[in-house]
Design a protein around this ligand. Sequence first.
Ligand SMILES: *Cc1c(COP(=O)(O)O)cnc(C)c1O
Length: 409
Amino acid sequence: MSRTSSRHITTQLVHHAYEPPAGFEAPQPAVHKASTVLFPDVAAMRAREWKDKTGYTYGLHGTPTTYRLEERIATLEGGAQCLLAPSGLAAISTVALALLKSGDEVLLPDNAYGPNKALAEAELAHWGITHRLFDPLDAQDLAAKISDRTRLVWLEAAGSVTLEFPDLIAQTRICRDRGVICALDNTWGAGLAFAPFDLLGDGSLGVDVSVHALTKYPSGGGDVLMGSITTRDQQLHLKIKLAHMRLGLGVGANDAEAVLRALPSIALRYRAHDVAARELARFMAKQAPVAQVLHPALPGSPGHQHWQQLCGAAHGGEGGAAGLFSVIFDARHGQEQVDAFCDALQLFRLGYSWGGPMSLVVPYDLPSMRECGTAHLATGTIVRFCVGLEDVRDLQADLEQALAKAFGG
Ligand SMILES: *Cc1c(COP(=O)(O)O)cnc(C)c1O
């Protein structure tokens, strides 16, 4: 079609001949949006291979924008292949659907991300897939619960809300020795606190699958929902990719662009969140109403030594940790008093999720969340803090004024 086409202007606007010159380059990659992808001829359409990223068939199966983000997340995680899903939870459920069938069993740590447990209790149970919970702080409990029906083991370091740090090396070794696939929910570590596919630093031990809620630190804005599934084994990747395709999971180009834009600053942000969270966790540990502060980098926090070993603090370094900590208020303070503390906070806003610029706080009902023993946790009401990017002195002042208001002096 030429510019002087005799076709109607509406047709010309759809089938426009102009192509911008090639060679445009900018720091931020272009955003490619598509459901339909065009082919030059029928032969090309028939021959197009969608499995290995050598081309494009349909927007759902990948665009230059999603391929680019997948490659960068694979690099962040130290994996070889990556798939994107519309949320962290969708990434979790895709792994489960791809790898489990009726009659199989999946094992989860007792402190797993709550909706992962809910998926096992509801949908997986309906489909004849059973689950068992293991004690995250007792690797032998995991070993004892693996049976010949176990097809998948979920691991999480640190655990959700209570932030116990497991012996991930021992857990991964047990799964490998027993021939069971282990999938790590790596949202907390974010590919920065430790290397999920190379836990010992010598290439000899790693998880099989790493799932990451890109919603958190990779997005960094509190404004995108996305998840990733990273692997090193090509066959395992292909198995999950087929399920991912058949389930019709894809992500929007603008969301992928938002994550691509935030990714270069992830290490700087992670470090800033980490430094501020440790300072505030130490501050909270000194407050009278507080029975226990849970943060893996704090000596005495459950699994602290495993965190030291895995996250680079064993040899005198600072180590890395996410900007999260939880506080258990002494049982002498009732739920109402703790709720009043949360309500009195001004900079820490009430809201789920984490990883964005704004500090957040959520009170949880711990007894309803756990089945295995929690003797390592104080009794009382638990509150989780996610530390954002505000000045840490302002955040501490906010905690001080809310403590005074809710608990006095
Ligand atoms: C937030 C989170 C998820 C789920 O991510 P969404 O994108 O909100 O679905 C999964 N695992 C962990 C540990 C999380 O913190």
